[in-house]
Design a protein around this ligand. Sequence first.
Ligand SMILES: [Fe+2]
Ligand SMILES: [Fe+2]
Length: 281
Amino acid sequence: MNKNQFYDRPISVSDGVFWTGAYESGAALQCNPYIVTASGQAVLIDGGSRSDFAAVMMKILQAEVDPKQIVALIYQHADPDLCGSLSNIVDICQNDSLKVFSNKGDTEFLKYYIHRERAHLIESIDTHDFQYTFGGRTLQFHSTPYAHSSGGYITHDLQTGTLFTSDLFGSFSFGAFSQEWELFLELPEACFSCTDYQDCKAGKLICPVLNILNFHKKVMPCGRALKNAMSVVRRLSPKMIAPQHGSIIAHQRDIVFLIDRLERLENVGVDGIPMCNEVDE
Ligand SMILES: [Fe+2]
Ligand SMILES: [Fe+2]
């Protein structure tokens, strides 16, 4: 199947949840916004970059969601790859009571994406007791500080057990990754006993586990933050991981395996670089 055709439509992820991303062959990062629907209302999670705005909005319409039905926008941190189109989305929603959720560590940064007169729409999740209910569906928010942003958090859909993890569980998609990228990742049996990431026994061009680990080494600030985030995820026992980059992980065995690998990952972020006083003059 031609990937561009397949990913040209919104894709059902779990009950009432749709992937609304833009697939771009060869892009370094595959970005994954999601829309969650309930009783004629909808919430958009990590809406995407300015350049993806048209494609994301087209998919929202194809998922039969009128932008006026969107009651909240959730931004799990303040990077441009998920917040770049914030201003455009607010304009198109035409909803005076629209809520824009952030965690307090990122709220001030989020304001730089939006016109000053609309900054009052941004609310911190702690003022909502870390949850939001719309159309009878409840989303719970869990802080994952410094993983990777100071105000980072993840969102748990109680109805389906889907956990929206933003950059956590993400991976790269440039080069060979892009050729093999699929929205749903299922780890081959060989991954569970593999000891050599450079020689994929399942015949992949590049090891999908290594890709995920390398992404976290690069994007997360340190091992302590990542370990803390993994214990938050483990406690929630999610049925599905829906990250903002890379692929959705829907199999329990894969989720448990990746939590374990990420929790034990070394040389994450600043942990992996020499201190300036350790570098030879
Ligand atoms: Fe990020
Ligand atoms: Fe990101």
